[in-house]
Design a protein around this ligand. Structure first.
Ligand code: SF4
Length: 200
């Protein structure tokens, strides 16, 4: 059976796709099949929007802090599904917060400015990884090549117009304190929150 929804640390996660334009050197998919006993996150096929909605209806969403689009792939590869499912959740369970965890390359993936599609989402969390564009490409191995870092920052700045909480994050201990200060400055300039996530 495929794992489409999984509970993790008090939140409910939606695993929409295994597609991703990156091959990050640190991607958990290289070493794990699942997150702490939630079942394999490798999908036999992508779930339809209808299947995700039916699965959601089988859960008591009030038990969870947030509904998070994340999983073993880049959720914005299925942006239309995110829009549709978010609308459904907001209509049916208005008190539930919705977050999208993303590599921030939605505009490159979808070939257009996608920020407005995120209206209705409560939070977007983007992996910044590093303040350096060359290092970003070395780490993420984005198929879009040079310009990926700049596109990610542009997306973060634009999506802030539609989403109340936009966060750019790096992982603790993976970059120097000086680089963390540079990341904090990038976030200040964009008007978004900077978060240093614990190393897992
Ligand atoms: S963007 Fe996320 S899913 Fe894609 S390769 Fe990097 S860590 Fe893995």
């Amino acid at each position: 059976m495929m794992t489409v929804l999984y509970a993790y640390r008090g939140n409910l996660y939606v695993n929409l796709t295994n597609r991703c334009p990156c091959r990050c050197t640190f991607c958990l998919r290289q070493t794990k099949d699942e997150m702490d006993g939630c079942g394999s996150l490798w999908l036999e096929r992508e779930p339809t929007v209808g299947e995700v909605k039916s699965e959601l209806d089988r859960h008591d969403l009030s038990k969870y802090g947030e509904l998070v689009f994340c999983g073993f792939g880049e959720p914005t590869e299925r942006l239309d599904a995110i829009v549709d499912i978010t609308k459904y959740v907001k209509e049916k369970y208005p008190s539930v917060s919705v977050r999208v965890n993303t590599n921030g390359l939605s505009d490159l993936i979808n070939g257009r400015d996608t920020a407005a599609d995120f209206a209705g989402v409560d939070a977007v969390s983007v992996s910044l990884n590093t303040p350096d564009p060359d290092e970003y490409l070395r780490l993420t191995r984005s198929k879009f090549g040079p310009g990926s870092f700049e596109a990610m920052l542009k997306f973060a700045g634009n999506v802030k117009k539609y989403v109340p909480k936009v966060t750019l994050s790096t992982v603790s201990t993976t970059i120097t304190k000086k680089d963390e200060e540079c990341c904090a400055e990038i976030c200040r300039d964009l008007g978004v929150t900077y978060r240093i996530r614990p190393f897992e």
